[in-house]
Design a protein. Structure first.
Length: 343
């Protein structure tokens, strides 16, 4: 159901296809310059920096860097610099800082400390006038435009697109670039997909697992975050491999699970897990898995690297509707502000 007028979350998430097209055009020249430097002087390691949705996008990016480039990648803990005032030696490393606002004090403190220790700074930031944008050695603008809803949607997808674009340019991968050329239209089509079959079953849910594997784990983390902040539903994102190390004991009769799959080497193991949970009587919803068990949510056929991006776009429309069903305004979730200035 589309509200009249629609929520800001609905309107902003629907713009993701246009954002992707605008961003790739805006960053084309900057990517050529940056990737020429990276190929000439490859970093010995890549570090990612972000909070909330930006950190979830960083998880997505970490898998891409390690898989496509073979470069060791790790997430930076901002509190090490902002609270403990300690920074390891970072000579010959690349720090990718991801932020919607570019103004959070702990991220800025970490960037300053990393530069002092020898890191090269790349900012993926939406606000091009922000301190983070000005302090970076290279800027990849997210170009998402104004995002007023507390829930980050189009800016999260813009972060995923920026990560994919960086990898495609860095590796000179023409096929990946071709897939990205088609992404804006695919995002528009993914927005139109109907995941409403999961609304009524989750209307009164209190707990939920979101499960994925590989680069889709960052998308699962984002989905779990949105369940919490917009729907008041406690959700936990878990790797399909890690869930077997303890958490799966919770999955029994009626326990809701959303499982994401993409057409790569991880798909069969994720599908096996979904069948196992369905066999226990769990309430299984799945996207991207060709199985008879559970409730199948529609997806578009897509390249494995692109598939999770399209799934989260379809999820955003569903999530906005679920929040309304649960009596929550998705634009004004309790106790949250748009810009979180963590110290």
């Amino acid at each position: 159901m589309i509200l009249d007028p629609p929520s800001r979350m609905f309107v902003e998430a629907a713009e993701s296809g246009a954002v992707a097209a605008r961003q790739r055009k805006a960053n084309a020249a900057a990517l050529v310059r940056l990737c020429a430097q990276l190929r000439k002087q490859p970093p010995r390691a890549v570090l990612t920096l972000g909070r909330g949705s930006s950190d979830n996008a960083a998880t997505f990016g970490r898998y891409l860097v390690e898989r496509q480039l073979g470069v060791l990648t790790s997430s930076v803990a901002p509190s090490v610099a902002s609270v403990y005032e300690a920074t390891p030696t970072l000579a010959d490393t690349l720090l990718i800082a991801i932020s919607q606002s570019g103004r959070s004090p702990d991220l800025l403190a970490t960037v300053d400390a990393a530069r002092a220790q020898g890191a090269r700074i790349v900012a993926m930031v939406n606000d091009e006038t922000s301190p983070l944008a000005h302090e970076a050695d290279a800027l990849l603008a997210l170009s998402a435009g104004s995002e007023r809803s507390v829930a980050a949607t189009k800016s999260f997808i813009a972060s995923l697109v920026a990560a994919l674009d960086l990898i495609a340019a860095w590796t000179s991968d023409a096929e990946m670039a071709r897939q990205l050329d088609a992404l804006p239209d695919l995002l528009d089509r993914a927005w139109a997909l109907d995941w409403s079959a999961a609304i009524e079953p989750l209307a009164d849910a209190r707990n939920l697992f979101v499960i994925a594997r590989g680069h889709a784990l960052g998308v699962a983390q984002e989905i779990a975050l949105k369940f919490k902040e917009t729907c008041g539903l406690h959700a936990e994102a878990i790797s399909a491999a890690e869930v077997r190390h303890g958490p799966m004991t919770l999955v029994g009769e009626g326990f809701p699970v959303l499982i994401l799959g993409q057409p790569d080497e991880t798909r069969e193991s994720v599908a096996t897990l979904a069948r196992e949970f369905a066999g226990r009587g769990a309430m299984v919803f799945h996207a991207g898995l060709d199985i008879a068990e559970g409730v199948s949510l529609p997806v578009l056929p897509a390249d494995p690297l692109i598939a999770p991006v399209l799934q989260v776009q379809s999820f955003y429309r569903f999530c906005e509707a679920l929040a309304r069903c649960r009596g929550i305004d998705p634009d004004q979730p309790p106790h949250l502000d748009k810009v979180t200035e963590t110290l």
